[in-house]
Unconditional design. Structure first.
Lengths: 413, 568
């Protein structure tokens, strides 16, 4: 077995994957293995007992949305009694930001990798403020969710289908040249998304008022493209998964309690350790005391070679950690130390159009002790308060060490 | 009430200069009586214990843990001092906006691709590993680290030599390359004298003295103190002599070392002699039998060495490189002598001793140069085909050319062979017309080599008279017509043959190190002591400092898995 060759194959597949947003559908209808009694969540597997505040809040909110529970206590009972099951999005070709809770009747984006044929899914982005993904579940959250699913989703679905599909890899390549890194900053990408869909939304909407509302929801939310982007990254990472002998990381995800990774050559086994509190800038009135440990599937962006890894393209966001543009460059340069190769389609103008560092190699992480740099939003530890800041976080080194030992055992090193 | 406070930081590696600076800064804080900042090795813990600075938590620390101990007039002062540690560590890093500091040699290489040198000054246990990475990246190595086992040294130098790379060290404190001091070096004028030294302060003393006497240095190459030992075999010293021999700026060479092992001394002196340049040799504490042998000058003190080198440099002229070199292919480097006469073979060995760095043979004076298999030549070789091993069951080669012709074809087919040296002995009792068989064979092998893109030189000594039955003139004409260079004097033939290959193997007998290692503007990667990088920068050399950490943070189990994955 040749590790270099295996990693070459894995990263070639990751890079050559061409994810295209092809449609929208109901989770129960489109997500493989989705069931009526199932909720998907971000990160590695977790129980109700170990779940953090925001995840619990989002579970409650989703069961209220589904009409399966009337209040928080009922929702909790459904889960603890086993009537409702929890499984990671990642076990179902799906990803979700922050709590990532996806329920059977939610509408999800469908992204298809046109190169290798695999599909990936992600829920809709609700915007800022009190939102389900941060564990808020009150009536205002429910009202918003219902509007998104009943009014926006059908328009969006028709618009996406009428557009013939949106090439997310191409969109990201362009957004990186406009100051996005694809994880914490999606301002440019969201506008490109709006630009691509606007004419079709105008046609698909039943009337001008709905068209205006949908356009405002997409255009007014600087994260609107994050979910399709995450599904696209998932489609790229999945294409690289399961290569015998490869040491490339194909999943990084957090459930608010544990940080988990999976490795291409180590099957579906998770390696988990404690999720850390991000270091960053807090909104007025909040501090690290209020922060929940890192949460969400959005680290799929770093897994695919953008996000924190493409920090050099997004100097504007270094202010989150009171850094300088030079720090942004240095962050990306550091990530080249732990990646196998450089991306062919995601390039960085400030580094003379060098490709982004792509394909985290567990050998290099353990060797150098450098863990991946992740750009992230910070959730309040209590359900429903929402986002209280943004910053940087790293996974624990121990999970890469465990993965390396498991690799050595499996392959006889 | 004196208080002792300690803090242990797991897997936090800092280089020793940083630790020293931190320790010094802590000791100057108010109320602090003493401070110790060390990595938690057993030796360091002993040191702390001796100074009354050992605490229970430090005792439990591992070798890759950073231990900070403060002794202060009271508990509050001790605590206050420890609280300053991060600030003090940060102070030295926060000088404005820093360029990216690479974490690995591989990354550093992409940042400074023109770097030909890697300076290694990490702790001994990691030094060989880093040096090996540098060699894998085709870089020359200045290995300052000590505590590198001799077996590792041999391994590194053998690997380096095969790739035409230099390893100066381990435990090499100083060198001057192209006017830039590496490690500890004095500011010394450029000039005509090159130095090879297995003694660090010896190198500094001689180069400083040369400067004081108004002359200067081309390059001063350190080898590490064990280079001239029996085990290491003077690999770096030989490479250094070879480089300085080829360096047109170097007019005089100085060689400084503790007295080498006798076998090594012979080899090194052979190489020194073969440089053709005046070589001043100070085997410290050793009195040579003579003060001068050909181009070799023996001295007894460092001052005398410097003075003589300066004097010789004022008068020495550099021999011009061999002109009209035959059009050999790059692979062709060696001479092979196929003798029928035992005494002639013996004389050839003696004559070549001063011309070439070492010659293998089936009749060695020194068994280190014995052919492993007499049927198979190695590097430069002289074989006596009249030896018993060849003549069992067949006629002597003076009578029967068959064996020699077959060996001639074998040598000619070897792409490393440039010159083949033969003797033809005439007279009563010998073959009636040896040239009638040898000449066609010579013509055939020269033609074969040409078809394969090589140029083969065949040099023949014909021993005999015009009155011999075979007639020396007739024999010579036939051989010449076949393309051979024919001589009737043996010494002349051997010297001519040696001259053809001398430039091809250098004086070291090792693959040559490219001269640009010394002559290009110095650019280096620095791993370990940051002060070395700063001093290169101050001297105007390009340098990238690697922010090095032990692989897997010093975790041996993980490091060994990584090593196995690299070389399964």
């Amino acid at each position: 077995m040749n590790i270099e060759q295996a990693n070459r194959e894995a990263t070639d597949r990751m890079i050559e994957a061409r994810p295209v947003l092809v449609g929208l559908g109901r989770a129960l209808d489109v997500i493989p293995g989705m069931r009526e009694d199932l909720l998907l969540h971000a990160g590695p597997p977790i129980t109700w007992e170990r779940a953090s505040g925001p995840l619990k809040g989002a579970i409650i909110g989703a069961l209220l949305f589904e009409g399966k529970a009337r209040d928080a206590a009922e929702a909790e009972h459904l889960v603890t009694s086993g009537q409702i099951r929890l499984e990671p999005c990642h076990h179902h070709q799906a990803v979700g930001p922050m709590a990532g809770v996806t329920s059977p009747s939610m509408q999800v984006y469908i992204v298809e990798n046109k190169t290798h044929g695999n599909r990936a899914y992600s829920n809709l982005n609700e915007g800022y403020g009190k939102v389900l993904r941060y564990g808020a579940y009150d009536e205002s959250v429910q009202t918003r969710l219902r509007w998104m699913h009943d009014v926006m989703a059908p328009v969006l679905r028709d618009a996406i289908e009428a557009s013939g599909g949106i090439d997310i890899r191409a969109l990201l390549g362009e957004a990186l040249h406009m100051g996005d890194e694809g994880h914490n900053r999606n301002k440019a990408g969201s506008i490109l998304f709006l630009k691509a869909l606007a004419p079709y939304i105008a046609k698909a909407a039943p009337n001008a008022a709905v068209a205006a509302d949908v356009l405002k929801a997409i255009g007014g939310n600087a994260l609107s493209v994050l979910n399709p982007v995450m599904a696209a990254c998932k489609a790229m990472a999945d294409a690289a998964h399961g290569i015998e002998g490869s040491t490339i990381v194909t999943t990084m995800a957090r459930n608010g309690t544990d940080f988990g990774i999976r490795v291409s050559g180590l099957g579906d086994r998770w390696f988990t350790g404690p999720s850390q509190i991000p270091r960053g800038l807090y909104f007025p009135g909040f501090s690290a005391e209020d922060a929940n440990p890192d949460i969400g599937d959005s680290t799929i962006t770093e897994t695919a070679g953008i996000g924190g890894f493409a920090m050099a393209t997004a100097p504007a966001i270094v202010t989150f950690v009171s850094g300088t543009p030079k720090d942004a460059i240095n962050t990306t340069l550091e990530m080249y130390e732990i990646t196998f190769t450089e991306h062919r389609y995601f390039t960085i103008p400030a580094l003379d159009f060098r490709g982004t560092p792509t394909g985290i190699d567990i050998r290099k992480v353990v060797e150098t002790g450098i863990t991946p740099r992740i750009n992230t939003g910070i959730a309040h530890k209590q359900a429903g308060v929402g986002q209280i800041g943004a910053g940087l976080v790293r996974p624990p080194l121990s999970i890469f060490e465990e993965a390396l030992v498991a690799f050595a055992e499996k392959y006889g090193f | 009430m004196i208080a002792l406070k300690a803090e242990v930081r797991r897997s936090a590696y800092y280089d020793s200069v940083v630790l020293m600076q931190l320790q010094r800064a802590l000791a100057t804080l108010p109320g602090v009586v003493d401070a110790g900042v060390v990595m938690g090795t057993a030796a360091n813990k002993d040191l702390l214990a001796q100074n009354g600075l050992l605490t229970a938590e430090v005792e439990a620390a591992a070798a890759d843990d950073l231990c900070i101990v403060v002794k202060a007039t009271d508990e509050a002062q001790a605590q206050a001092a420890l609280a300053q540690v991060d600030g003090l560590l940060r102070r030295r890093r926060s000088d404005g906006e820093q360029d990216y500091r690479p974490k690995s040699l591989a990354t550093a290489t992409t940042m400074l691709p023109e770097a030909q040198w890697v300076l290694v000054s990490v702790p001994g246990q990691y030094a060989a590993g880093v040096a090996r990475q540098a060699l894998d990246l085709n870089k020359h190595v200045f290995l300052y680290s000590d505590n590198v086992p001799v077996a590792e040294e041999v391994n590194l130098k053998t690997t380096a030599a095969a790739k035409g790379l230099l390893v100066m060290g381990p435990d090499c404190g100083t060198a001057i390359v192209n006017g830039v001091g590496l490690g500890f070096a004095n500011r010394v004028r450029r000039g005509p004298i090159g130095v090879v030294a297995a003694a660090g302060t010896g190198l500094q003393t001689v180069t400083s003295r040369i400067h004081q006497l108004g002359s200067g240095i081309t390059h001063a190459l350190g080898t590490g103190g064990r280079d001239l030992s029996e085990q290491v075999g003077a690999i770096t010293a030989l490479q250094g002599l070879d480089l300085l021999a080829r360096d047109p700026e170097t007019r005089v060479i100085v060689l400084v070392s503790k007295p080498p092992a006798p076998r090594i001394a012979t080899r090194v002196l052979q190489a020194a002699q073969a440089t053709g340049k005046p070589v001043v040799i100070d085997f410290i504490g050793y009195t040579a039998e003579t003060v001068r042998r050909e181009n070799l000058h023996f001295t007894r003190t460092l001052d005398e060495t410097a003075a003589l080198a300066v004097e010789l440099a004022a008068t020495a002229t550099v021999p011009s490189p061999a002109t009209l070199a035959p059009p050999f292919a790059p692979s062709q480097r060696y001479l092979r002598g196929l003798y029928s006469g035992g005494t002639l073979a013996y004389e050839a060995l003696l004559l070549l001793q001063n011309e070439l760095p070492g010659v293998y043979t089936n009749t060695p004076l020194d068994k280190a140069w014995a052919l492993a298999n007499p049927m198979q030549s190695q590097e430069h070789t002289i074989v006596d085909l009249g030896e018993d091993v060849f003549t069992v069951g067949r006629l002597h080669p003076m009578l029967d050319n068959d064996l020699r012709i077959r060996r001639l074809r074998q040598e000619a087919a070897d792409p490393e062979v440039a010159v083949i040296l033969l003797d033809v002995v005439l007279g009563y009792g010998a073959h009636p017309d040896p040239a009638s068989e040898l000449a066609p064979a010579i013509a055939e092998t020269i033609a074969m080599a040409r078809r394969q893109g090589r140029h083969l030189e065949v040099v023949v000594t014909v021993i005999g008279t015009a009155d011999d039955p075979q007639d020396v003139r007739r024999q010579s004409e036939q051989l010449r017509a076949a393309g051979a260079n024919v001589f009737t004097g043996h010494q002349e033939a051997v010297t001519y043959a040696a001259g053809l290959v001398r430039g091809r193997t250098g004086v070291s007998g090792l693959p040559p190190v490219t001269l640009t290692a010394l002559t290009q503007p110095l650019a280096a990667l620095n791993v370990g002591l940051e002060t070395f990088a700063a001093s290169l920068t101050a001297q105007g050399a390009a340098v990238v400092h690697v922010d090095w950490r032990p692989a897997a943070g010093g975790n041996e189990r993980l490091a060994s898995i990584l090593a196995k994955m690299r070389n399964p």
